[in-house]
Design a protein around this ligand. Sequence first.
Ligand code: SF4
Length: 286
Amino acid sequence: MEIIVGKTAGFCGGVYNAVKKATEYKANKGNVYCLGELVHNKQVVDKLKDKGIKFIEDLNEVSGGSTVIIRAHGIAKEIYEEAKKKNIELYDLTCPKVLQIHEQVKKYLEEDYFIVLIAHKTHPEVIGTSSFCGDDYFILETTDDIEECVSRIEKSNKKKVVVLAQTTYSIELFELITKLLGDRLKDKYEYLINNTICTATELRQKETSELAKQVDAMIIVGGKHSSNTKKLFDISSEICAKTILIEEASELQGEDFTKYNKVGVMAGASTPQESIEEVVQYLNKS
Ligand code: SF4
């Protein structure tokens, strides 16, 4: 059996930076907390716990003077304000690409645009970004939301509409939604598309699609809550019927890989190299 591991599989720059800096920070400080999962991967979070970082869900869980790490996905502006009031020191590991979107959103708000975020409503990055959007914004998750989005824009007094994306959103779906929305809005509004899908996401999605065409089975490795990993699974499933999503190699037990000539392995942006290597070792032993 030939095993092909995607070149873009594993940590993106933002995740690598957040994990490295959080580890170094903990080594130099005493008590360090992290607000929410630093990245969406259980193995990575467990390792950070072993190193002594404590994970909290709310700033109320720590007292003034504490140090709290901010996750790679970013936080809402109210949390920055709350931390300041409570005298909590923040070590901000929000990915620079997410911070850039916060800045862009603030600029569009000042320029009186209605902001549309093509994104998953409950994702931490989106909760953070939407907090900078003012009152006139809409989170559009699927094509089913287009009508409601148009109606919200019509009810606002805005003359300009800008569309941005969650960094890990599907490129294909982003292109479809911006076209359909544009068809409804272009005659009445100034309509601006700003594709903020991260390059790392784009390359990984493209490679997944290419790899899925070449193999008999695909294994996608990544956190069950990881938005970008789920997207890779969706892309691969459409092309390669035998696509499996796993968090770790042990979940492959019971699968018979001997019947496949070629197996592809791809991994989400928060999947550590060890998890990918464990999968390859498992396949080699099959
Ligand atoms: S996927 Fe992109 S935006 Fe998200 S952490 Fe990685 S580099 Fe940053």
